[in-house]
Design a protein around this ligand. Structure first.
Ligand code: PLP
Length: 392
């Protein structure tokens, strides 16, 4: 079973042995009867430690990312937190791009920063700068998003992996924008992938969740061992997820798995619609610049073509000034003004004042004339007409 869509529909999702139900049941339960003390039924003892619905999602996520272990968390930031907590120690150093989701930056700079973790920001599309920023023996993590949120920069995953590994660090890729259908970071040399499954994997704007997927045989960096005395990354993440507890609840896991089954067809349609929107807006006189890796005018176009199956569903545009940007976000009717992205419905937002307000005044600050579109899977004629009307 190697095809992506086949895996997304079947991996970890065998028919229920008890009833034959073709969809993994929702085990909305916190605890399980024990046969005798210390002998839980089927190995399940408490749903923070393990739940069959969450396990089905985790196995499916590991399969579609080509990884060894999947972990489903309460949100995308909970995934980033449990991974970084498993890997980093006070005094460590981390490299991250100068464009990334504002919440990831806030976690790294303000939460881990307070625990003595330092970071350096580098241009995401400059592998030499990444290599230069890695401090051998001290940098534990190189963190990448590609495409980035919201400027859609493209990083060379293989070159970043080489730079990280040369200094003894792990390469983490936030694969939220691309999804495992469009991009396979582990196959390109990344050690671990994180997701906000709130976005495309869930796909219907009805659940918040996250995931960590570790690559086969990946070890903790800098010669470290984890709480169980081994050097395995997956064992360390599993320990921390149970110890700190930000797991995905059963119903959230069930909804996310339901979304994952249709990821391939949705991403094909998101990408086709986004390319049509990007081409249309590039020719529009009110739009100063369109940022979309599927356009030949994008500096990362060729690299995205090698690394990604298609360019995905997010398009950012720069207008004359902030007032024009705000006017656009408040003038559409099919595109709904809201934070988040990756659902079947089209969304529009102003990152500088909304999703990326937490990075104002930092190296990651977003231009205030920029508008981000999460292009949904509605009829393209309606999307183009809505944008034309709003820009007019
Ligand atoms: N990573 C990226 C690229 C995101 O866009 C987001 C949220 O917007 C996150 C991580 C955080 O995910 P969550 O909101 O599920 O915690």
């Amino acid at each position: 079973m190697t095809g992506f869509a086949t895996q997304a529909i079947h991996a970890g999702q065998e028919p229920d042995p008890l009833t034959g139900a073709v969809v993994p049941p929702l085990y909305q339960v916190s605890t399980y009867r024990q046969e005798s003390v210390g002998r839980p039924t089927g190995g399940w003892e408490y749903s923070r430690s393990g739940n069959p619905t969450r396990s089905a999602l985790q196995d499916a996520l590991a399969a579609v990312e080509g990884g060894e272990h999947g972990f489903a968390t309460a949100s995308g930031l909970a995934a980033a937190d449990v991974l970084l907590r498993s890997v980093l120690r006070p005094g460590d150093h981390l490299v991250l791009p100068d464009d990334a989701y504002g919440g990831s930056y806030r976690l790294i700079a303000r939460v881990f920063g307070a625990w003595g973790v330092e970071h350096t920001t580098v241009p995401v599309d400059d592998p030499a700068a990444i290599a230069e920023a890695v401090i051998p023996g001290r940098t534990a993590v190189v963190w990448l998003e590609t495409p980035t949120n919201p400027v859609l920069g493209i990083a060379d995953i293989r070159a970043a992996a080489d730079a990280a590994h040369a200094g003894g660090a792990l390469l983490v890729v936030d694969n939220t924008f691309a999804t495992p259908y469009l991009q396979q970071p582990l196959a390109l040399g990344a050690d671990v992938v994180v997701h906000s499954t709130t976005k495309y994997v869930g796909g219907h704007s009805d659940v918040v969740g996250g995931a960590v997927v570790t690559g086969a045989g990946v070890r903790l960096p800098l010669g470290r061992s984890g709480p169980d005395g081994t050097d395995g990354l997956a064992a360390a993440v599993g320990f921390h997820l149970n110890a700190a507890g930000a797991v995905a609840g059963p119903f959230d896991a069930w909804l996310t798995l339901r979304g994952l089954r249709t990821l391939a067809v949705r991403m094909d349609r998101h990408s086709a619609n986004a390319l049509a929107v990007a081409r249309h807006l590039e020719a529009h006189p009110a739009v100063r610049q369109v940022l979309y890796p599927g356009l030949p005018s994008h500096p990362g176009h060729a690299l995205a073509g090698r690394q990604m199956r298609a360019a995905g569903g997010i398009v950012s545009v720069r207008l004359a000034d902030e007032a024009a940007a705000l006017r656009l976000t408040e003038s559409t009717t099919v595109f709904t003004l809201a934070e988040s992205l990756g659902g079947v419905e089209s969304l529009i937002e102003h990152p500088a004042r909304m999703t990326h307000a937490s990075v104002a005044g930092t190296a990651l600050a977003v231009p205030d004339d920029l508008v981000r579109l999460s292009v949904g899977i509605e009829d393209i004629v309606d999307l183009l007409a809505d944008l034309d009307r709003a820009l007019g």
